[in-house]
Design a protein around this ligand. Structure first.
Ligand SMILES: Nc1ncnc2c1ncn2[C@@H]1O[C@H](COP(=O)(O)OP(=O)(O)OP(=O)(O)O)[C@@H](O)[C@H]1O
Length: 257
């Protein structure tokens, strides 16, 4: 599908992930990577290849090294051993866990648009108000000061700010944490329609069941598994491998369709 067609089709979605430049065959590859902090070994001999078009759900207990994986991919952290290879055509958007650093006096529209009426997203001109509207900030909501935003609204704002760069590989760190169910559904649909690749850290199995083509599981004892399938299929596979033991610390949050 041409990017222009994609853009037109995707304009009806509530959340809009602008398509990035075309992604080549080499996306992300880890070769025998080891990473440790002090005496804590996060992983060793970690090797995997992320295929083009994959939506990888990343699961595992707190402190297993999931956020560090994203930092290795973006070059914010270096591996102690091995290599992290990122393809030449890869253009990464990294949406970190919610953090401060927002200017609370700005309005939603200002924070996303920098005061510009038209945004240039990967060669397309997009009205900034329409773009912000895709993240469900409609009408007066765009004038809200950031100090007035709820956690879910901050999550949407952060997605809008990061996704406007028009990347082809998205790294999302727990996007579902503060999002309301409607926004989460819209994000799922936007990810399913996104022509690039995404890696999503999440504790939300329902979200992962809907979107993941692969699961990367930090299973403890520095073990990391890349499984082809969604979360339900991964869980079945895990059960076969290690018995009836549910993978640790997953949050079972029911989302009614
Ligand atoms: N710069 C650093 N210096 C020292 N230790 C660190 C550093 N960054 C992370 N760690 C430690 O490495 C471990 C893995 O951290 P990381 O943030 O990658 O985990 P995580 O799987 O994303 O967990 P969470 O879900 O809690 O965010 C943690 O124990 C953390 O304290």
């Amino acid at each position: 599908m041409q990017s222009g067609d994609f853009q037109k089709r995707n304009e009806t979605n509530e959340i809009y992930i602008p398509p990035g430049p075309r992604l080549g065959d080499n996306v992300i590859e880890f070769r025998d990577v080891a990473k440790r902090f002090d005496d804590k070994l996060l992983y060793q001999n970690l090797s995997f290849t992320i295929p083009k078009g994959a939506i990888v759900g990343i699961v595992g207990g707190n402190g297993a090294g999931k956020s560090t994986l994203f930092k290795l991919i973006t070059g914010k952290e270096q591996p102690d051993e091995g290599e992290v290879l990122v393809g030449e055509t890869v253009d990464i958007a990294y949406v970190e866990q919610l953090r401060d650093g927002l200017d609370d006096k700005q309005s939603v529209w200002e924070a996303v648009s920098d005061g510009q009426d038209i945004l240039n997203i990967n060669g397309y001109e997009v009205s900034s108000r329409a773009y912000v509207g895709r993240f469900n900030f409609k009408g007066n909501d765009q004038q809200k000061r950031l100090s007035e935003l709820s956690g879910g609204e901050r999550g949407r704002l952060q997605l809008a700010q990061t996704l406007k760069q028009g990347a082809n590989v998205l790294l999302l760190d727990e996007p579902s944490n503060d999002l309301d169910i409607e926004t989460l559904r819209a994000l799922e649909d936007a990810l399913l329609a996104f022509p690039g690749c995404a890696m999503v850290i999440s504790h939300d199995r329902w979200f992962l069941d809907r979107i993941a083509t692969h699961i990367m599981a930090f299973e403890g004892d520095s073990e990391v598994v890349l499984f082809e399938g969604n979360y339900a299929e991964y869980e079945e596979d895990h059960r076969k491998r290690v018995g009836n033991d549910t993978p640790k610390r997953m949050k079972y949050k029911r989302i009614d369709a």
